[in-house]
Design a protein around this ligand. Structure first.
Ligand code: HEM
Length: 127
């Protein structure tokens, strides 16, 4: 039985596990020919640091996100729903390759999908 008292943050293994997960995830993202061009002018160190915080907060971890609002960071970069779907696909692959159970993967992706509008600027229905 799953311990319902644990947060998702705890269930995936806490701070160290998330740090490692984000590293592996971004290795996949920047190896994707359709996503790589978005990141050529970005500081990947800072991005990974902010993403660790952001994911930790999104999974109910005891962390504060110190980055900029997601809509500001992503606005005007030409990120579409298609790019968003590729990005989420890499996240699913990363989570599954770490043996995180299907229910937790679904919960995590459900939370991440709620940011699709802020990232793409497209607040229409998910399609
Ligand atoms: C739910 C999905 C996503 C989340 C939660 C997310 C989160 C973040 C965060 C926390 C940062 C750092 C903010 C800061 O520096 O203050 C960031 C930066 C960035 N993100 Fe995302 N992101 C998502 C999807 C995407 C997608 C799909 C793309 C491109 C295809 C993308 C491209 C970028 C780029 C290029 C930066 C760096 C901006 C810079 O150089 O300052 N993101 N993202």
């Amino acid at each position: 039985m799953q311990d319902k008292q644990q947060t998702l943050f705890e269930r995936v293994g806490g701070e160290h596990a998330i740090s490692d997960l984000i590293d592996k995830f971004y290795d996949r993202v920047i190896a994707d020919p359709e996503l790589k061009p978005f990141f050529t002018d970005s500081s990947m160190d800072k991005l990974r640091r902010m993403q660790r915080e952001f994911f930790s907060v999104a999974l109910d971890g005891p962390i504060t996100y110190t980055g900029r609002p997601l809509s500001h960071v992503h606005h005007g970069r030409g990120i579409t729903r298609h790019h968003f779907a590729l990005y989420v696909g890499h996240l699913i692959d990363t989570l599954q390759s770490r043996g995180i159970n299907d229910q937790d993967v679904q919960d995590i992706i459900g939370r991440i999908n709620t940011y699709a509008g802020e990232i793409t600027g497209d607040f229409g229905s998910v399609g």
